[in-house]
Design a protein around this ligand. Structure first.
Ligand code: ATP
Ligand code: MG
Length: 559
């Protein structure tokens, strides 16, 4: 997409409208508000790219605000991982803020609301409160505590805060309208008792504010101009605005606006479900390369650029939809094609012996690092009499459509010579153990001879027996074999796990230059796909993960 052609998304249109109606551009301010109860996933990337993208576009600050109001689920580990992932994606936040920093202010406002008759302590159980909620077509029932004197509520709230009561004994509720057609306006809970230590405030608080009572007020304190959240919060918007009116002390009033969540095919995205996969050992941690988390994608070999590009291509929409994971794979292929150095690796090797090549000789052949990048230069790769090629690249007998090696036919060895299949050696079980070929010494790639320009049908990758290094290759595939694993009413999402989502191959042989790869370094293995050196990779024990195949193999399978 070229810059000029890009039309404004609907959030940008809202902002443009606000600017036209007199909002000064320097008042624009955004935030990304994660709850530190898990790792960020590709859905969060949509929100990150939206908010930080707007920050860039309008030269406006974007805060990173941790929405840390539920100590039962939140941890410092998640805070650290979230910061790492956002920075890795290439975005810089203005301030690092925490909703927990506003606990005092929120408490002060709650007291003010009680005094003004806008909030009360309800001593009923959660069950009773739920029973009185009513339905969207029937009004709810008012709590017997609703009209208690403010002084009683003030006293109880103070004692709730100090920890005098058990969890669940009582809550603070806003006094709005038990007959409102909007269920969120039926005296929503502002505080609940939780005897849990908080990762930042420790044991200071025994009550914690609810999301609705925290989020908008945090936006207001930070003077966020546009508070962008996902569609499920749309019905909360009247409550967001009502709370704001109660606490308003001048300045800008933030606007909540909603966009559709990013859903991706062949995966689940909710942190609760991802946590379940981690805790039950279905995957090896939050950064397992099959996870849709940012850290998983990083370990899988995705580049930050490809994730940002994907977010751009998928766009921001007003309605729920599912983005095809093939688009994400397309984005990483496109980027890696431009930047990943080419290397040769043989995953399922069979020996190939060139009968007429001199014994003991090693030649060093010039090989292009990346034909897509003229600055990538060349490397030298050793060539010798005994090689490995992929077992699948040879057939004793083959039809005319088989463009790889067979007896009596010619193929080219990449960057090297043209060879012709001569004979095979088999073990007692009939498995091929050696393929014998002859080569044309004049056909060396790039040598300029007539023979070097001769066209043959196939080109195979290879490594030498002597110089190649053994490696472990982890072949990752989609974690689920169903397009919408959590879209089945009567079945658990884990019933749709793909049993072949990880295959470990320990027979692989790599060209020797890969010995120097560093964890996180990405390559294209010729004809096989894109691979990245895993976190566990060392030069003694090379480990590579497959990021993605060279072409989309899934859409073919579906046909
Ligand atoms: P989950 O449902 O996966 O647990 P969440 O909404 O609880 O996610 P938060 O940490 O609260 O996660 O989200 C931080 C921000 O990212 C919020 O503004 C939220 O709306 C946004 N966000 C979360 N998931 C998605 C998604 N799938 N697509 C777009 N934005 C998302
Ligand atoms: Mg949330």
């Amino acid at each position: 997409m070229s810059e000029e052609k890009k039309s404004l998304n609907f959030i940008e249109q809202i902002i443009e409208e606000d600017l036209k109606n007199g909002l000064p551009q320097e008042k624009l301010r955004f935030r990304f508000p994660p709850e530190p109860n898990g790792y960020l996933h590709i859905g969060h990337a949509a929100s990150i790219c939206l908010n930080f993208g707007l920050g860039k576009k309008y030269n406006a600050p974007v805060n990173l605000r941790f929405d840390d109001t539920n100590p039962a689920a939140e941890e410092q580990e998640y805070v650290d991982a979230i910061k790492k992932d956002i920075a890795w994606l290439g975005f810089q936040w203005d301030k690092e803020l925490y909703a927990s920093d506003y606990f005092d202010k929120l408490y002060e406002w709650a007291i003010k609301m009680i005094k003004e008759g806008k909030a009360y302590v309800d001593e009923q159980s959660q069950d009773e409160i739920n029973k009185q909620k009513g339905t969207p077509t029937e009004p709810g029932i008012e709590s017997p505590y609703r009209n208690r004197p403010a002084q009683e509520s003030l006293d109880l709230l103070e004692r709730m805060r100090k920890g005098e009561f058990d969890e669940g004994a009582m809550v603070l509720r806003a006094k709005i309208d038990m007959a409102s057609p909007n269920m969120h306006m039926r005296d929503p809970i502002m505080y609940r008792i939780l005897h849990k230590a908080h990762h930042r405030t420790g044991d200071q608080w025994k009550i914690y504010p609810m999301y609705d009572w925290t989020h908008g007020q945090s936006d207001y304190l930070e003077q966020v101009s546009h508070s962008l959240c996902t569609l499920e919060f749309k019905p909360h918007r009247p409550l967001y605005e009502w709370f704001l009116e109660q606490v308003y002390e001048g300045g800008l009033k933030p606007k909540q606006r909603e966009f559709a969540r990013r859903n991706l095919s062949y995966t689940v995205m909710s942190k609760r479900k991802l946590l379940q996969l981690v805790e039950e050992g279905v995957v090896n941690g939050w950064d397992d390369p099959r996870m849709p988390t940012i850290s998983g994608l990083r370990r899988r070999g995705y580049t930050p650029e490809s994730i940002v590009k994907f977010s751009e291509l998928a766009g921001i929409s007003k309605r729920e939809n599912v983005t095809d994971v093939a688009l994400l794979e397309y984005a990483v292929r496109e980027h890696l094609n431009k930047i990943a150095p080419r290397r040769m690796a043989v995953l399922n090797p069979v020996k190939l012996i060139i009968d007429n090549y001199p014994e003991g000789k090693t030649e060093y052949l010039k090989a292009e690092n990346n034909p897509e990048d003229e600055n990538a230069g060349y490397r030298e790769i050793p060539f010798a009499k005994e090689l490995y090629i992929e077992r699948d690249d040879f057939k004793e007998q083959a039809n005319r459509k088989f463009f790889r090696l067979t007896l009596g036919k010619e193929v080219r060895l990449k960057n090297a010579y043209i060879i012709k299949g001569e004979s095979v050696v088999k073990d007692n079980d009939g498995n091929i153990t050696e393929i014998h070929v002859t080569y044309d010494p004049k056909s060396k790639s790039g040598s300029g001879t007539e023979e070097s320009k001769r066209k043959v049908k196939g080109t195979l990758h290879w490594v030498t027996v002597e110089h190649s290094i053994p490696a472990e290759i982890r072949i990752y595939d989609r974690l689920f074999s169903d397009e919408a694993p959590d879209g089945h009413k009567d079945k658990d999402f884990k019933e749709f796990l793909n049993p072949d989502s990880l295959k470990i191959d320990k027979k692989a042989r790599l060209e020797p230059s890969l010995k120097d790869a560093k964890p996180g370094e990405r390559f294209q293995f010729t004809r096989l796909g894109y691979f990245v050196a895993d976190n566990e990779h060392t030069s003694e024990n090379p480990v590579f993960n497959r990021t993605v195949t060279l072409r989309d193999t899934w859409s073919k399978k579906k046909k």
